[in-house]
Design a binder for this molecule. Structure first.
Ligand code: NAD
Ligand code: WQD
Length: 340
């Protein structure tokens, strides 16, 4: 299949391109590079062994720009990663998040249907469960109250696509709820490259390891968890990328509307991750306990059985591989894609 990949220059998109090509698909990337660099696409092309990945520097809110892309290519489906994703920033700039993520997706969906492309795989998030009603979280778990505008954009966009699919059953919509993607491609040449101070745990740990930050702040050790620190379902980004290829097969069969959790089903605390990182990489991570971070929950991990069963997909990598590959990327590229 030929796939439109929005946000393909970003962390998850770049890894997904490799898995798409290795499964025999082709892709065209649309990205406005607001949180990424074209260097990622050059490195992806090198890994795949092709001259270049077709790329358009277009914002998904730009209808004319998108129409031009559709005029040049036929797409069988879209994998839609493009969006802003920093939770704290979304609290400070709600309009910018609703505009970018919601207006952008509405424009994309309209251009898609006008061009006869009605299959979409959407990057949703475990954040739509809010403070989850059950652990492990299955897709049956009701969606909850999101603690920030970013989360609401995911929750609202799920509803938009659900309603569109109900109204027009030619649409195939797969909502993928990611848990906590970390790790990097085994080559160590692509990975997560956050701007400024990392918000998420693993990039913070790797920046401490590489000497860019003095210590990790652990946000709270008084949660109702085995060691008091927050528990999450970390998933290797390559496993996550393969989940998209599996979802594409489903779309090709005319899936209608489906929702899947993409996680491993295992929960690790902040200190579990720190210890695993230190053990597997032989690097020390100094840390100190800080107050809880606003909006955080104690425990969040998935029941991934539905994706295992219906997509024939299962996460293969464990926490050791995630820590090893995150470190390989960071240690080989201390300044991310700016590393020469
Ligand atoms: P990322 O920021 O690395 O990638 C997103 C890409 O989208 C970037 O390359 C950015 O430049 C591009 N983009 C943003 N707004 C755009 C616009 N208006 N037009 C065109 N391109 C635009 O993030 P990621 O971690 O790869 O996440 C990909 C998707 O998965 C996002 O939608 C994110 O919300 C979702 N997600 C991520 C996580 C996570 O922890 N990384 C978890 C759950 C869901
Ligand atoms: C993990 C754990 C922190 C940083 C976020 C979004 C979610 C999804 C994934 C997009 C928590 C602790 C973190 C640090 C710490 N993104 N922590 N010190 O909060 O589970 O999920 O990213 O959809 O929507 O909310 O991930 O990596 O920020 O935190 O102690 O410097 O690490 O408190 O327990 P989170 P995270």
């Amino acid at each position: 299949m030929n796939i439109l990949v929005t946000g393909g220059a970003g962390f998850i998109g770049s890894h997904t391109l490799i898995e798409l090509y290795s499964a025999g698909h082709t892709a065209v990337v649309v990205d406005n590079l607001s949180n990424s660099s074209q260097e990622s696409l050059r490195r992806v092309a090198k890994i795949i062994g092709i001259a270049e990945i077709p790329f358009y520097n277009v914002d998904i809110r730009d209808r004319e720009g998108l129409e031009k892309v559709f005029a040049c290519h036929h797409f069988d489906a879209c994998i839609h990663f493009a969006g802003l994703k920093a939770v704290g920033e979304s609290v400070a700039k709600p309009w910018e998040y609703y505009d970018n993520n919601i207006s952008g997706t509405l424009t994309l969906l309209d251009v898609m249907r006008r061009n006869g492309c009605k299959s979409i795989i959407f990057s949703s998030s475990a954040t739509v469960y809010g403070d989850p009603a059950e652990i492990p979280i299955s897709e049956q778990c009701p969606k909850g109250q999101c603690s920030n505008p970013y989360g609401w954009t995911k929750s609202m966009l799920e509803q938009v696509m659900t309603d569109m699919q109900h109204a027009d059953t030619e649409w195939n919509v797969v909502l993928l709820r990611y848990f906590n993607p970390i790790g990097a491609h085994q080559s160590g040449t692509i990975g997560e490259d956050p701007n400024g101070i990392p918000n998420n745990l693993m990039p913070y740990i790797t920046q401490v390891a590489v000497g860019k930050r003095p210590e990790l702040g652990v946000f709270g050790n008084d949660y109702d968890t085995p060691d008091g620190t927050g528990v999450r379902d970390y998933i290797h980004v390559v496993d996550l990328a393969r989940g998209h290829v599996a979802a594409l097969q489903k779309v090709g069969q005319g899936s209608g509307l489906s929702v899947y959790n993409l996680g491993t089903g295992h929960g690790y605390s902040v200190l579990d991750v720190v210890k695993a990182f230190e053990r597997i990489n032989g690097v020390r991570i100094p840390y100190s306990i800080k107050p809880r971070r606003a909006g955080d929950i104690a425990t969040c991990y998935s029941n991934p059985e539905k994706a295992n069963r219906e997509l024939g997909w299962k996460a293969l990598y464990g926490i050791d591989e995630m820590c090893r590959d995150s470190w390989r990327w960071q240690s080989q590229n201390p300044d991310g894609y700016a590393t020469k």
